[in-house]
Write a protein that binds this ligand. Structure first.
Ligand code: BEZ
Length: 181
């Protein structure tokens, strides 16, 4: 008999990770399998400050986190990985992000797997929260960090989302404003 914690699609010693931001297009970790996927009950927002990747402590950039949103589907990429990958990802996403367990629907392959995602909650010190779209686009345009420009992060994410068939109006609006600045 299976229950919510049983994952018949998972090899022993592996787990699934759901990427909704840079993990969709910046894949600097080994994986066994990759599938377009979606989760329910979360929306993607540029509400997390970045002082270690796309900004600096003096001038933080803006990157995505997930905000609870009942009924909303959020599409991204799921990776089947060995547990050792968490050492790398925990370090890469150390600025306020914490692991959560979720059900992940595999869009094209079909089926549901249990997996992990990283969420920067509203109580973490780097959380910026909402602002007007023009203000956020200005901040993104002005920010640069060790991983590159915040502009590149937004445009790469916008492109990657369109490539996997995701319509994310929040990301698309920021990208449109930024391209027109
Ligand atoms: C992601 O792409 O899933 C991700 C985004 C920000 C931090 C950690 C993970």
């Amino acid at each position: 008999m299976s229950d919510a914690s049983t994952n018949s699609d998972e090899q022993p010693g592996t787990d699934w990770v759901f990427g909704y931001g840079s993990l969709i297009y910046k894949v600097d970790f080994p994986y066994r399998r990759r599938e377009v996927a979606s989760i329910s009950g979360w929306k993607r927002r540029f509400w997390q400050g970045s002082h270690d990747h796309r900004g600096t402590p003096q001038a933080p950039g803006r990157v995505v986190t997930l905000i609870p949103s009942p009924g909303t589907l959020c599409r991204g990429m799921a990776y089947e990985v060995d547990h050792a990958v968490y050492e790398h990802l925990d370090h890469r996403e150390k600025n306020g992000y914490q692991r959560h367990r979720v059900d992940i629907d595999l869009v094209e392959a079909g089926g549901t797997v249990k997996g992990t995602l990283y969420v920067a909650g509203t109580d973490n010190p780097a959380f910026l929260g909402p602002a007007g779209a023009a203000e956020m686009a200005d901040q993104i345009l002005a920010s640069h960090g060790p991983s590159g420009s915040n502009r590149e992060y937004l445009l790469e994410l916008d492109k990657a989302l369109r490539e996997i068939g995701e319509t994310d109006l929040h990301v698309a609006e920021l990208a449109r404003i930024l391209r027109n600045i």
